[in-house]
Structure formats: C-alpha cells, structure tokens
Design a protein around this ligand. Sequence first.
Ligand SMILES: [Zn+2]
Ligand SMILES: [Zn+2]
Length: 204
Amino acid sequence: MARPYPPGARLLARPDAVRPCAGCGAPLGRGYPACATCADTVDAYWRADWEALRGGEDDRDLAATVLGEVAGVYPWTCTDWALRLVPCPACRAELGTGDPGCVTCSRADQARWAWDHTGMPAAMTPNEHALRVAVAVLRAAERRRGSVVAFWRLTLPFLLVGDTFTTAQARRIRVLLLAGRAEELADARGYAAMTSIPDLPWRG
Ligand SMILES: [Zn+2]
Ligand SMILES: [Zn+2]
C-alpha cells in the first residue's frame, strides 16, 4: 500500500474530558490493563479498527496475514491487535510482551515500530504515537523500567482525551518521577499541572 499509511484509532471519538473510572476510581485509563473498565475503554479504539478490517474473517487467520506484512501496510492499531491474538512461539505469552529475555518477543515488538520511528507519517499524529507507546509499555510492563511504566501510566488518561505533552513536559515529569513525586503527579489534572509541581518538597 502506498503512503500515507492507513490511519488508526480514528473510528471512535475520544472522550471529551478525563473522568474517574467507574471500575478503579483513578482517572480513566490509568488502570490499564489490569482494570477491565480502563482496558475496555482504551482498547475500544484498537478493537474498532480490527473489526472493520476483519469483516467475517477468522481472527487468527487475519492476524497471521497482518503480521506477515511489513509494518505500515495495515493500520497500526491492527498490527498491535494481531500481536495480541498470536501467542509467542517461544515463551507463549502475548507476542511482544513475554519475559524480558525472550528474543522472539523483542523482535515482534521492534517490528511494529519499524515505520513510525523513521519520522512521523501523516497518518499518525504525535498523540496517536504516544497513545500507542503507552499501551505497548503497559501491556509489557515487566519488560520496562519501573519509572518508564509509571510515566506512561500517569500520562495515558490525558493522551486518551487527545492531549499531547511536549518534550519539555515529558522530561520534567520523568525528573519528578525519579525524585519520588509520583503521588503528587497522580493528583495533577493534566500535563501543565504535573510540570508545575515545584522542585522543593514541602518539607524543604
Ligand atoms: Zn479503571
Ligand atoms: Zn516471547
């Protein structure tokens, strides 16, 4: 398929505001994927694209077709969904999420980013890219550093409503996380509020 690559995650409208999750009480999305309500809400954007592509075809057959193509031929959401439907032949986990030592999972996870790391295609906004990374990281949390997982968990509810952080905001949030300010960050209502948390702790 010629460029631009097909868009993903655009069939459903995003929520218009961050609200508490009826399941876990956190801002909706922050409980991903352990909280079923958070997971269903976030995954709906992936599932909608998959169902539109699938038609009447068998899930596993279509997953094999999608994963047999280079990344970018199908919507990125469908590549991600196909990975979920195929167990890793080496470690049996969801493909790309298995034990940190599983090379087959590492290869599958890397392949899906092949095109969107080479420059932002017109078919994917920075918000969509960040949302994709957040979901991939949270589904394979044991493969990532704790501070990385915490960063994406914090930011996912705001990504879900379409907000995109700047590079400077991301850097500031990461610094605050490393400084042990996770609780204050979790209470903040958006990236601007997160990044305006002052340097000095109250007990200064
Ligand atoms: Zn929840
Ligand atoms: Zn594996």
